[in-house]
Design a protein around this ligand. Structure first.
Ligand code: ZN
Length: 309
């Protein structure tokens, strides 16, 4: 009977819970709808899932939660969350009180990085940058398997940096919801690549359709993907120059584009300030489960190996 780690992935529409044993094997998984718009019901839904899991296992676990946004170190309240009913709430404190135990809360991209660093595509790597390329662009950092929060709880948030080494036709770039223009997110998110192709062709296509057209030999689709790869190479090169990670793991819908893993590292050497680049770019191992697994691993595995029985 080892330790049980319960992870919660609090998404905008879906609430997922998992329990892991100390080897990272999944003991149980539960899903429910997020009570969007209702803060009290959100807290109750999480405590309900934790209670259900613990009754089923007959054991009490640690609880970690991955959520959009972060707990502001300045105020102790939620900030930067697109699930707006959480904004300004003392989520961390309220949940700990409701569960009667300490709770660890981290940004969902940080949980992704932790999951892949502990026992995923970057297992054993000292410094891991996890990138979410989806509706938005997020990022998180795991150092020796632990989430790096940072003084402002924004470590890894590269999506709202400007796209580095911009070409003339990339300046000033499209407006971003954050109030700036030309953010990495406006180029590298799903909507970003769709807007880029639309600007060139007048057609609005989902990224998967764009990929199929490129594979069928359509020049405009191939050009859009090639621009995407060059922009991703530039964006990640600036991350490598700053953080120098061992592994970069891609997640989110666009991480399914297999050619990125070959083409982007082929291009980023031009921008990285180094004679050679040892950083690896890899797809996620746990896929959609990384958020909830990383939340569970916010209570890290014991670093000291146990003696053989
Ligand atoms: Zn922005």
């Amino acid at each position: 009977m080892g330790d049980v780690r319960i992870g919660i992935d609090l998404g905008g529409t879906k609430l997922e819970a998992i329990a892991l044993d100390e080897a990272g094997s999944e003991l149980v998984r539960r899903r429910s709808a997020t009570p969007a718009g209702d803060y009290g019901a959100t807290i109750r839904a999480i405590t309900g899932l934790v209670g259900e899991i613990e009754r089923g296992l007959g054991r009490r676990g640690t609880v970690g939660v991955g959520m959009p946004g972060a707990i502001s170190p300045a105020t102790g309240l939620v900030k930067n969350a697109n699930s707006v009913w959480l904004l300004g709430k003392a989520f961390h404190r309220d949940l700990a009180a409701a569960l009667g135990r300490p709770v660890r809360v981290a940004n969902d991209a940080n949980c992704f990085a932790v999951s892949e660093a502990v026992d995923g595509a970057a297992a054993g790597a000292a410094v891991v940058f996890g990138v979410i390329l989806g509706t938005g662009v997020g990022g998180g950092v795991a150092i020796r398997g632990r989430a790096l929060d940072g003084a402002n709880a924004i470590a890894g948030e590269w999506g709202h940096n400007p796209l580095p080494w911009p070409r003339d036709d990339e300046r000033p770039g499209r407006r971003c919801y954050c109030g700036k223009a030309g953010c990495v997110e406006t180029f590298l998110s799903g909507p970003g690549v769709m807007a880029d192709y639309q600007a060139a062709t007048g057609l609005r296509l989902e990224p998967e359709a764009l990929l199929r057209r490129a594979e069928a030999g359509e020049a405009a689709a191939e050009a859009a993907l090639s621009r995407y790869e060059d922009r991703l190479a530039r964006g990640l090169a600036s991350v490598i120059n700053l953080l120098d990670p061992d592994v970069i793991v891609l997640g989110g819908g666009l991480s399914n584009i297999r050619r990125l893993y070959e083409n982007v590292p082929r291009r980023w050497g031009e921008y990285v300030f180094s004679d050679a680049v040892a950083t690896r770019l890899v797809p996620p191992h746990h896929g959609d489960s990384s958020g909830v697994r990383g939340a569970a691993w916010l209570w890290p595995p014991d670093p000291t190996p146990r003696a053989a029985p």
